[in-house]
Ligand binder design. Structure first.
Ligand SMILES: NC(=O)c1ccc[n+]([C@@H]2O[C@H](COP(=O)([O-])OP(=O)(O)OC[C@H]3O[C@@H](n4cnc5c(N)ncnc54)[C@H](O)[C@@H]3O)[C@@H](O)[C@H]2O)c1
Length: 250
């Protein structure tokens, strides 16, 4: 896929799909920059992938995001790919969503994606090339019961993707999103524990709502991210790619 020596900054790289992306891009020969707020897990992934020191902080702050891109460029001279995997979920209907929940959701999922993408696009514009892959969701396109703030945040990520794609198409920057369905990550399992439900019961319940009858493994989403990020997708921008085993085809 031509990833050798490409410089890739991945947010949310300490866990779940971000970590799967870090492993896959590193295995493809890319230079990976790990960004996450979880210091201990970031260090583990950095060691496992041979990445340099992880950049630990909160993507909902624009100065942290500007600094993360500047550090990647200082380290490797350029930034070819940004993957925005950092995200959180609030499992509540409107009645049970507090002001703080609502704001936290928008700060991380929407502002975090926007601040990182803006910082990356400024650098990519100077280079005349670059690729951004955001993490949307099935619930950015169709609604999930009891997740109003999350659905709103992912709908916004979808529109950031499209709007930046058309704004920067002539700067040589492609902007796309993967829209996963149910994926077996700590985020999904935590949803079970909150109910409370065992990990196995939560995964089994998620299996039943997916047309293919099983949840995804994080690596299955990472492969779609790698495709969109790579030159194999050179004519693809502004796309929201469902990687959902048919969930949104119903
Ligand atoms: N798991 C699913 O079923 C599913 C489905 C569709 C979309 N998604 C989306 O995929 C992305 C990855 O989710 P996952 O399931 O791998 O989750 P995860 O909880 O396993 O990993 C998310 C990572 O993001 C980091 N993070 C969270 N907030 C941050 C912040 N403010 N600053 C920096 N890092 C932060 C966490 O520390 C964690 O390492 C998220 O955007 C999520 O909304 C997940």
């Amino acid at each position: 896929m031509g990833l050798a020596k490409k410089v890739v900054l991945i947010t949310g790289a300490a866990s779940g799909m971000g970590a799967a992306c870090a492993r896959l891009f590193a295995a493809a020969g890319a230079k990976v920059v790990i960004v996450d707020r979880n210091a201990a897990l970031s260090e583990e992934i950095a060691q496992a992938t041979g990445a340099g020191a992880p950049l630990v902080g909160d993507v909902s702050g624009s100065s942290f995001c500007d600094g993360a891109v500047a550090t990647a460029v200082a380290r490797y001279g350029r930034l070819d790919i940004l993957v925005n995997a950092a995200g959180i979920i609030v499992r509540a209907d409107a009645d049970h969503t507090t002001d703080a929940d609502w704001q936290r959701m928008l700060n991380v999922n929407v502002s975090g994606t926007f601040y990182m993408s803006r910082a990356a696009a400024r650098q990519m514009k100077l280079q005349g090339a670059g690729s951004i892959v955001n993490f949307g969701s099935i619930w950015g396109s169709v609604a999930g019961r009891g997740h109003v703030a999350y659905c709103a945040s992912k709908g916004a990520v979808h529109q950031i993707t499209r709007a930046m794609a058309i704004d920067h198409a002539r700067d040589g920057i492609r902007v796309n999103a993967v829209c996963p369905g149910e994926v077996d990550t700590p985020m999904l399992r935590q949803g079970g524990r909150d109910q409370p439900m065992s990990d196995a019961a939560m995964v089994a319940m998620a299996d039943t709502v997916v047309p293919m009858g099983r949840v995804a493994q994080p690596e299955e989403i990472a492969r779609a991210v790698l495709f969109l990020a790579s030159d194999a997708a050179s004519y693809i921008t502004g796309t929201l790619l469902p990687v959902d085993a048919g969930y949104t085809a119903v």
